[in-house]
Design a binder for this molecule. Structure first.
Ligand code: PMP
Length: 326
């Protein structure tokens, strides 16, 4: 779907996947005016296909557009475009367990010119790809590197938006994490490099205590981390399961002390790609420590199973999150 100043959205088309031809002076290549989303469609237990909360992705896409001075695609148009592609690719939606069809909607400037200002032409595209289970050989805790040198987003910046620049800024820290032998980066706040923000492409959760009495805490939305749709869903699922939940500031000292004195029992990350990933080990320039016994925690796995059962139609959908496509 194209957008042109003075004309709005027009020319919706369903086309076979093919390369785009880009002018060397295309504004996006130079000034990164681009936003995207990631969501999944799952084969349901009854054989139908349903996507998970596409309206929530559509609203986040609008918020990202506002931050990047781009036009806002109506929620219905975003959802309709995703639906059309899922219906077209119905035979590509895998039916095994956690497998899904991953959808990648994105919007970028198509205007040609080197002036630094909001472009007056954009193109919205959705592409899709079957996605396998994130942990085909069983869920394994990841190790994380606390990035103190690099920050992902600063107050007033683009941290809340899903825009390519945030990911470009993250790559050097991911390289650093890998050089430290860690799987993922954990970002800290820009001002004090003390408070936990989020992981590479996932939000974080901290579990205090065990069983049904466990309390579940996630870093509050400060404006510098991405408001994950999985994060939001898990706050409600945890409450449905009877857990107390909170959004709060959590410092690196709180994390370390909690693991050392045993009050912080489990830590996990969550996002569309992996749903839930346990965190098993933390490393920083100031030392390292283990989270629990290195095995996926009981509360983490219960939340994971509950959300996946809902997404694949094996459990009721009390919040009306599944968008059925027949
Ligand atoms: N943080 C970042 C930086 C991400 O890229 C993602 C993935 N979209 C998330 C968190 C998790 O968001 P969601 O649950 O909506 O996938």
């Amino acid at each position: 779907i194209r957008w042109t100043e003075g004309r709005g959205w027009h020319d919706a088309q369903l086309q076979p996947y093919a390369p785009l031809s880009i002018d060397p002076a295309n504004a996006t290549l130079h000034y990164a005016q681009t936003i995207f989303e990631g969501l999944k469609a799952y084969k349901q237990a009854d054989g139908s296909v349903a996507s998970f909360r596409p309206d929530a992705n559509a609203r986040r896409f609008q918020r990202s557009a506002r931050r990047l001075a781009m036009p806002e695609l109506p929620v219905e148009t975003f959802v309709e475009a995703c639906d059309l592609l899922v219906k077209q690719d119905r035979d590509w939606v895998p039916s095994e367990g956690e497998q899904s069809l991953y959808l990648r909607p994105f919007l970028f400037a198509t205007e040609v010119g080197l002036g630094v200002r909001p472009a007056n032409e954009y193109l919205f595209i959705v592409i899709a790809s079957p996605a396998g289970a994130y942990f085909p050989r069983g869920v394994k805790p990841v190790s994380v590197w606390l990035s103190e040198e690099y920050v992902r987003a600063a107050p007033g910046g683009m941290g809340e938006a899903k825009t390519g620049g945030n990911y470009a800024a993250s790559l050097v820290a991911q390289k650093e994490a890998a050089a430290q032998g860690c799987d993922q980066v954990v970002w800290l706040d820009a001002l004090e490099r003390r408070y936990i923000e989020e992981m590479g492409g996932m939000n974080l959760y901290f579990v205090y205590g065990s069983g049904a009495d466990a309390r579940i805490v996630t870093p509050e939305l400060t404006g510098t981390l991405l408001p994950g749709i999985t994060r939001d869903s898990l706050l409600r699922i945890a409450e449905d399961l009877g857990h107390k939940t909170a959004e709060a500031r959590i410092s690196t000292e709180d994390w370390r002390r909690g693991n050392e004195d045993g009050t912080l029992t489990e830590v996990f990350a969550c996002g569309t790609a992996a749903v839930i990933t346990p965190v098993g080990h933390v490393k920083s320039a100031r030392g390292e420590w283990a989270v629990g016994d290195g095995e996926p925690g009981e509360v983490t796995m219960k939340l994971r199973e509950t959300l996946l059962a809902l997404q694949t139609g094996h459990a009721p959908d009390p919040h009306g999150w599944m968008h059925r496509l027949g």
